[in-house]
Ligand binder design. Structure first.
Ligand code: AMP
Length: 490
């Protein structure tokens, strides 16, 4: 099971943490719509409220008031078909001899089953089949024998895969990012405390300042009085494995992830898409909302050079950018509909072209990705029905050929249209006049990253972690370094 989620943790000096956590979860809603939860600690006891549904529906005034204490963590969980039950809703909590523990997890462990079996053999009873509970039990066990930092380090040494965690140990709030930094996690400073969150947009929502990303392999411990934080670099790897798909699709465009504004990254991907495979058409339009920044970068580059790479003559208007496709924002994600029939219906419910912008025109449609091919097939047909003369599809990511095991709900291999089809075969299937994807090199360049520092598992089929039956593209057993406390501003 994969966990595709948003996490947050705050520690404040004088006021209750519940409301800031609630607002932060609102800002992270796009990372998970299945369930929402908050755990707080008032110095004496833990309070918890976890509910299925959207953040706005999961909490009422009374719930927020009952969540007393100036420290806490929160979680939003991403929907997967068939997992509509509360046993996997988070934050997950356990109470043990020396205190209480709350855990919010974004990511996916690749050795959770093995660890669960080991812990079960030592008498631990599990209530869910999620990997977060495994981390919680392992950590609780270590905390009986060791101090906080050593206990976290020992757990990190055992768990393999992707994880960005916020943890409450009584009223101490921690943030942990896996040694390859697969999922995002960042630290923000508030007027009266500190926050750790999946994305910086959550920090902005609280009127805070982004301090920096949590480093891969780092443990961050917020001071209980909200005055600062301590950092412990517990593990270090030669390469990171930042998920490129966070930049392409998953994260909010107004978030800064690993030092880069997502909106700018998407525009740059769009510019490169024009450079690699630009086609001169009357209009270029995005599939809203995910294709918007790509299309704006693409159109901007098209205004500067022609599709042949020559400087665009002044009298030539280039390719017109148009918002020709309207989105009904009240329709949920088409992606999670269980049947193909429902997915097709949902695309039509969700998107509708403005006929006059496309009738009699050649059109380029830009989207961030093609997964099953449902959206593009439907949209190409729709544009033709509206009188488009030609429909060209341009995609701001490489073909998705393999599933994601690191925390993004993609689809199974059988469902991925690019798993066994060439680009030309996909073009035929979606019935576009032309189709082009962005190259992996262009992705690495646009994200200002070494290819080896990105997780490109879903587009290469090579993963940064050992996944049963899949190829690993790196050695995961690199030497670890000793835990060294560092100052907050280090
Ligand atoms: P599909 O219709 O299956 O080809 O999916 C492609 C569409 O779904 C694109 O418009 C993407 O923006 C969007 N998409 C891509 N990945 C995901 C994901 N993991 N969850 C939800 N939507 C996605």
């Amino acid at each position: 099971m994969t966990e595709k989620c948003g996490v947050v943790g705050v520690s404040l000096s004088g006021r209750d943490a519940a409301r800031p956590l609630y607002y932060a979860l609102y800002a992270l809603q796009h990372r998970g719509q299945e369930s929402a939860g908050i755990i707080t600690h008032d110095g004496f006891q833990q309070h918890s409220h976890v509910e299925m549904g959207l953040v706005g529906d999961a909490f009422d005034e009374g719930d927020l008031e009952s969540l007393a204490g100036s420290a806490g963590i929160g979680h939003v969980r991403y929907p997967t078909a068939g997992s509509l039950d509360t046993s996997c809703a988070q934050p997950f909590s356990v109470s043990f001899k020396s205190g209480s523990l709350g855990l919010s997890h974004n990511g996916n462990l690749v050795n959770a089953d093995e660890l669960r079996d080991k812990l079960a053999g030592k008498g631990h009873a599990f209530t869910s089949d999620g990997d977060t509970e495994v981390i919680a039990h392992d950590l609780a066990r270590n905390l009986l024998e060791e101090d906080l930092v050593r206990a976290v380090k020992r757990t990190m040494g055992r768990i393999h895969g992707s994880y960005s965690l916020t943890i409450s140990h009584d009223d101490t709030i921690l943030g942990v990012r896996d040694p390859q930094g697969n999922r995002p996690l960042c630290i923000g400073e508030l007027e009266d405390g500190y926050v750790i969150a999946s994305e910086s947009a959550a920090i902005d929502t609280l009127d805070g300042e982004l301090v920096r990303d949590v480093r891969p392999g780092e443990l961050v411990v917020l001071h209980d009085d909200g005055t600062g934080f301590d950092s412990y670099q517990l593990f270090e790897r030669e390469h990171t494995a930042h998920c490129f798909f966070e930049h392409v699709y998953f994260a909010r465009p107004d978030s800064v992830i690993d030092g880069q504004l997502v909106y700018e990254a998407r525009r740059e991907l769009g510019r490169k898409l024009w450079d690699e495979s630009g086609v001169e058409t009357d209009v270029v339009m995005p599939v809203p909302d995910s294709g918007r920044a790509f299309a704006s970068g693409y159109a901007e580059a098209a205004a500067e050079t022609t599709a042949d790479g020559e400087p665009r003559p002044e009298r030539d208007d280039g390719v017109e950018f148009a918002e020709g496709m309207m989105k009904n924002r009240y329709v949920g994600r088409t992606f999670i509909m269980p049947t193909q029939d429902e997915r097709e219906r949902a695309v039509r419910l969700k998107l509708n072209p403005i006929k006059s912008t496309v009738a009699g025109k050649t059109v380029t449609l830009i989207d961030d990705s093609i997964v099953r091919g449902t959206t593009s097939t439907q949209l190409v047909e729709l544009l033709r029905d509206c009188g488009a003369e030609e429909v060209h599809m341009r995609i701001g990511a490489p073909p998705i050929v393999a599933p994601c095991y690191m925390g993004i709900d993609m689809a199974t291999r059988d469902e991925l249209i690019a798993a066994d089809k060439s680009v030309e075969e996909i073009r035929e299937t979606i019935e576009a006049d032309s189709l082009a994807y962005l190259s992996t090199d262009a992705v690495a360049e646009a994200l200002a990253s070494d290819r080896d520092d990105l997780c490109l598992g879903c587009v290469t089929g090579e993963y940064p972690y050992d996944v049963e039956g899949e190829v690993t593209d790196r050695d995961v057993d690199r030497p670890e370094i000793d835990s060294q406390p560092m100052r907050a501003d280090d």
